[in-house]
Design a protein around this ligand. Sequence first.
Ligand code: PLP
Length: 513
Amino acid sequence: MLITVDRSSGAPVYQQIRDGIVALIKAGTLNPGDKLPGTRELATQLEVSRKTVLQAYLELAADSWVETHPGSCTYVLDRAALTGAAAYSVPAPAAVDHGRPDGDDADIQQMDWSPYQITAKFFGQPQYRMNWQGEDEWINFSRAIPDAKLFPFERIKKVSSQLLWDPQAFFFDYGNPQGYMPLLEYIEMQLAKEGVVLGEDTDLVICSGFQLSLSLLVTMLLKPGDSVAIEEPTFNSILNLVKARNIPYRGIPMEHDGMDVDYLERTLAKDKPRLIITIPTLHNPTGVNMSLEKRRRVIELAQRHNVPIIEDTWSMLLGHDGKHEPSLKALDGGAHVIQIGSFSKCFLPGTRVAWVALPAAMGMSFLKAKRAMDRSDSYFLQTIVNEFIKKGFMELHLRKMERIYRGRRELMDELMRAHFPSEVSWKKPAGGFSYWVGLPEPLNSRALLKEALKVGVEFAPGNYFYVSGRDTNYFRLAFSTLTQPQIRQGIKRLGKVLKRVVKGGLPDDGGGE
Ligand SMILES: Cc1ncc(COP(=O)(O)O)c(C=O)c1O
């Protein structure tokens, strides 16, 4: 066998032998089924110890290049068959000979995937920034997400390496489907601070993110054809779910103090939606906090019509200015409200750690549905989040984030006052990541975006937040990922565009989608 060993190369000899054999297999000099020389024979040929050859063979076997038979002969394996690579070379169906007795394979059709396509348009992944040629920095106000530059990597590194220093099998096993107990206890404590008490009436389950939790609940709570009442505008991921699943929806208009509850009442009576989805605190995209009176009425209506409410409390851990109203879950005491919270906006969205606080009567069904959808969440990621909390890092991180985001929010307000024309309106939200800004009608924000893009400024036009994608004069300006200098530049540039269009109007862009 043509293998050379170079003792001056610095690479371990057994590795050189291993690499040499792999090279012969790849070149086709050795083929599946070929027998390798015995270890003694090869050791003599290469003038190395037998132990070195044995180690090379063990490495080859571990990587499935060879297999050693009980009689200690070693053969080259058919890796393509092993890895399933052979499956990729199955000819197209029309050419497959299935060996039917009548030889009639011509009627075998290509799979038609067209009925399964999601044809609905999802907003939020525009390409314009790729094409930006301008000299100024591109300023993106469209992303209401945490600033990844602020992720506490050093502390995460510390926490995770400590965990891995003494790894426990359960980190990597299928976990308790309810979630990692110490983390559940932390969430329970946070909920109690907000007036949500677990017990006979309320259960708590950790789930992989808000989106999956919502998707699971929708699957459980709606039968085919059932409709859902959603705020309009609303968070575009809720819209994506409704659109992807073709769920009939009833849009409930937003007002300055939460959804129009009279409209909800009429809708419940007339269209009988089977579920209400709401973001009562720091509503995304409007930033509105629902008034206490409306919260009570929404619950009362849900009770009267026996319709569950899903409450999204995305901002719970991030804090708010001043007093905020109790959550619907706290007010309802557990009967009709399912609350979803998430670490996504305050910690690491990629860890996908969220929780669902739900009526105890449906707790077990939810766990079953969750297990049916996904065998287990990532326990290891939950232990990292928990360790981060246990060390006291989470509290420090949350307060730091609160301070930074508040600083950016204040700066936005100050700069918009200085640079936006007086006809443009907004209300400073009590927290969160964005402003909901109104243009004087009939200007529409999608057409404004086209002008803003010309000066390297991007934002989320209001139509992103309507199921129908209809045009609106509102748009969302998110500041959470931008530094103060970026905010200064962006608002100045946008201010110039706004002054021009408020005076001279916007070109007719041929209508919305
Ligand atoms: C209104 C709202 N709810 C929930 C979430 C969290 O979603 P997830 O946990 O799926 O990352 C977000 C994040 O963008 C949000 O804006």
